[in-house]
Design a protein around this ligand. Structure first.
Ligand code: TRP
Length: 344
């Protein structure tokens, strides 16, 4: 799988290695429309251009207490949802993080090249330890070393990251450079990949906030698995403004958000959208946005349900991905253990 994917024929007839991407998503429950338009769809698009390795980050998930049955279920559901969205196991390597032990092995080594002070400065650690004050475990603290291991294990050239993970990627780069500085070139130092096709989807009731499934009001977010009727209803209750004019402008955060979503789902520019709804009310616009979102999500939901009906097949796909990932990971572990002086 790796060889078939890793070479690109260039115009001059030479072959060059395709850039490698690594990314992972935690199986922490339902995915929202924001996750889809901001990240998942980007994964799907990257597959044709890059050598992609994707995982469910289930080892990261246990840094907050999980119900075992629920975690397993969430992990399989996420795997199926991503495949239903277009992550193609024939094009990319896709697996569950826990299935490749090298993640945990490299994470341990890298944790000895990560400073207490650096980890203490991670804003996500500060946020999460405030939110889970009764369980500030060591794994929550060393989480960025595991993330660095995920990335460096595969010698990834690029990592698509949102704002919340930028600091972790920066630390990954520092760890890679530090290790390379001591032992000679061992790791590729990964660059952030700026997403080309990513929408920033806001909370439908309070567009000053990001859309998040943890918001107490379920009308503020769209889940990827929401029923079409629910999606329509949620858009109907989305906040707008009193101008009654569909145009993208400062101070119109609610309408701007709906325009962003509509644009992301239809490919139309803001200008085209303004033309389309000139003289029409917000009611018409909201209906159109809801319909556009349903048109994107419904086919995914159908494939998702199909995939989940064959659990054995999903397990086989993950096992195949894990095998391919483990082969690449083994080469890095081999090198690292040798350099550090650990026997294998
Ligand atoms: N920590 C990431 C998140 O919560 C998920 C993740 C784990 C990840 N390993 C990664 C993302 C490696 C990019 C690269 O969103």
């Amino acid at each position: 799988m790796e060889n078939q994917n890793s070479k690109t024929n260039t115009a001059s007839g030479t072959t060059e290695r395709r850039k490698r991407i690594f990314s992972a998503i935690q199986p922490s429950g339902q995915m929202t429309l924001g996750n889809y338009l901001g990240a998942i769809r980007n994964w799907v698009d990257m597959q044709d251009e890059f050598d992609c390795i994707f995982a469910t980050a289930n080892l990261h998930a246990i840094t907050v207490r999980q119900d075992p049955k629920k975690l397993r279920e969430n992990t399989v559901n996420l795997f199926a949802l991503l495949i239903a969205s277009g992550v193609d196991p024939e094009k990319s390597i896709f697996f569950h993080q826990s299935m490749v032990p090298a993640h945990a092995e490299l994470s341990w080594v890298l944790s000895t090249f990560t400073q207490f002070g650096e980890l203490s400065r991670m804003t996500q650690f500060k946020d999460k330890s405030a939110r889970h004050a009764d369980n500030i475990n060591a794994g929550l603290f060393t989480y960025p070393s595991l993330m660095a291991a995920d990335i460096l294990l595969y010698q990834a050239d690029m990592v698509p990251v949102g704002d919340d993970q930028r600091q972790h990627l920066e630390l990954t780069r520092d760890i890679a450079e530090r290790f390379n500085g001591i032992y000679g070139k061992t790791f590729v130092v990964p660059e952030p990949y700026i997403k080309r096709n990513a929408a920033r989807v806001r909370n439908l009731l309070d567009p000053s906030k990001k859309m998040s499934k943890s918001d107490p009001n379920t009308k503020s977010f769209i889940l990827m698995v929401d029923e079409p009727a629910t999606i329509m209803k949620k858009f109907r209750s989305a906040v707008t403004d009193s101008e009654a004019c569909v145009r993208y402008a400062e101070g119109k955060d609610g309408i701007n958000n709906l325009m962003e979503i509509y644009s992301a789902c239809t490919g139309k520019s803001y200008e085209q959208i303004e033309d389309e709804f000139r003289g029409k009310g917000y009611g018409d616009f909201k209906t159109a946005v809801g319909e556009a979102v349903v048109a994107v999500l419904e086919p995914i939901q159908i494939r998702y349900r199909e995939l989940l009906s064959d659990r054995k097949h999903l397990d086989e796909v993950a096992a195949k991905g894990a095998e391919a990932a483990a082969r690449i990971a083994a080469r890095t572990i081999e090198k690292v253990y040798k350099k550090v002086g650990l026997m294998r």
